[in-house]
Design a protein around this ligand. Structure first.
Ligand code: GLU
Length: 465
């Protein structure tokens, strides 16, 4: 176990918390909790144009919904700009950074000529060792890091292994823009240092940044944190994820009736495994998670799998928990009468639902207002034959006194014998008449929570139609 581990989840609030971000947050959280360390939530909001309050809220709500708690208050990167600038000026003083007076046009030309010569379009170090003239000084310069020109920078990564970067390929990148604001490259390193971050777990699209950021650390005499760059999540056909593939924000998954434990389990197992174990409680995740065993190859989003996991967790939940979740979902307090009915039918319907939304839809028949709208039209109930059967069945119902499983079962048995029909002959039209659709569970189970009176009323509605 590493001691004093501090990880961080550092999203830029330019959009909602999406599924890839959740995975990064989860791995940071697991690593911190496994090592009895801390996880910081740092909102990297220095790009004021693109950062929004609604994205910040979505990130916070999403983390809370998933139960990925962070330690201490949230850090907002924009509050530490002065700290970032202080470090930039220290680097300038120590000769590790310099002002660059190139204009935008000059930089564009530089890129173009590098590309023409089939070289990578990186800054050509023009101002590395040059003294500006009075004319140059009229331009507001950017501040660049003086990165080493020979040798290699090595990223020792827990997931990717030892990755070597030739220093000649690492440009003298910008630390402060011409308006004095810090770049992400600088701000992130300074915050990580000041916040005591020991381990950085993030998407492998940041691997190149690690080589740059290590050079800031080395220039400051700081020990770089330990890196783990996890592969990005791709679509099922191996391409970059887009909304069309289900790359939704975590709140969208919640809206669609997914449970947080399903999302967590799915993301945990995406590119990591522990023997054949399929489902993990939070404590098990914390106990077994090992960042060194995360696969290097890109993970692929498999929504079918996610749905199956969700149906597993839905079945695992008891009626009380499900009622509470449903009530929260529709934002309505469920009264005791309806609650009692729901408790009777949920054990049957939860096995038929893959999401909370599906369960909600199946339960609708319990509280729907009469007369019902018949949504099922594959089967014609409005025939003389059905009418006659239903009329007789109504009379039989009126005669029974108790409304429990035994009496209802006997009622059906007698009715089937008397009319010499199969259960399906009466159950199918009845199901449509009583629910408006084909709610997929046994007819006895459907009837019990509905109650005798409501059942008779719904039948009367049909007959009087
Ligand atoms: N703010 C960056 C992002 O959202 C993450 C930076 C990092 O983890 O170093 O991509």
């Amino acid at each position: 176990m590493d001691i004093n581990v501090v990880t961080r989840f550092a999203p830029s609030p330019t959009g909602n918390l999406h599924i890839g971000g959740c995975r990064t947050a989860l791995y940071n959280w697991l690593y911190a909790r496994h090592n009895k360390g801390k996880m910081i939530l740092r909102i990297e909001d220095t790009d004021k144009e693109r950062s929004t309050d609604s994205a910040i809220k979505n990130i916070k709500d999403g983390m809370e919904w998933l139960g990925l708690n962070w330690d201490g208050d949230i850090y907002y990167q924009s509050n530490s700009i002065k700290d970032h600038q202080d470090i930039a000026y220290k680097l300038l003083e120590s000769g590790n950074a310099y002002y660059c007076y190139c204009t935008e046009d000059e930089l564009a030309l530089m890129r173009e000529s590098a590309l023409n010569q089939k070289k990578s379009p990186i800054y050509n170090n023009k101002w590395r060792d040059r003294i500006p003239t009075d004319v140059n000084k009229k331009i507001r310069p950017v501040l660049r890091l003086k990165t080493p020109m020979i040798g290699k920078t090595i990223v020792d990564d827990s997931v990717q292994g030892l990755i070597e970067f030739d220093n000649k390929d690492i440009d003298d990148f910008v630390l402060l823009r011409s308006d004095g604001t810090p770049t992400y490259m600088l701000a992130s390193v300074v915050d990580d240092y000041n916040q005591g971050v020991t381990h950085i777990i993030r998407g492998d699209d940041h691997l190149n940044n690690a080589a740059r950021q290590i050079n800031i650390c080395l220039s400051m005499g700081w020990e770089p944190p330990k890196y783990s760059h996890i592969p990005l999540i791709h679509s099922s056909d191996g391409l970059k994820l887009s909304k069309r593939d289900g790359a939704l924000s975590v709140s969208d998954y919640g809206d669609q009736g997914y449970l947080p434990e399903s999302i967590l389990n799915y993301l945990l197992r995406l590119g990591w495994s522990y023997g054949d174990k399929e489902y993990f409680t939070k404590d098990e995740m914390i106990q077994y998670f090992d960042i060194n065993k995360v696969h290097k190859s890109p993970a692929r989003l498999d929504l079918k799998k996610l749905l199956n996991i969700n149906s597993y967790y839905l079945k695992e939940k008891n009626e009380d928990d499900l009622i509470q979740l449903l009530s929260k979902k529709i934002n309505i307090k469920i009264d005791t009468v309806l609650e009692r009915k729901m408790k009777q039918i949920i054990p049957h319907l939860k096995t038929k639902s893959k999401t909370l939304n599906e369960l909600l839809e199946l339960l609708e028949y319990l509280h729907i207002k009469r007369p019902l709208l018949i949504r099922e039209n594959n089967f014609n109930i409005y025939t003389d034959e059905v009418n006659a059967l239903i009329q007789s069945f109504k009379t039989s119902i009126e005669r029974i006194e108790d409304w429990d499983l035994d009496s209802i079962k006997t009622l059906f048995d007698n009715f089937l014998t008397e009319y010499n029909i199969k259960l399906m002959d009466i159950a199918k039209p009845l199901r449509i008449i009583l629910t408006g659709s084909l709610v997929p569970t046994g007819i006895y189970d459907l009837l019990i929570p509905l109650g005798k009176e409501e059942t008779l009323n719904r039948i009367s509605d049909y007959l009087n139609n």
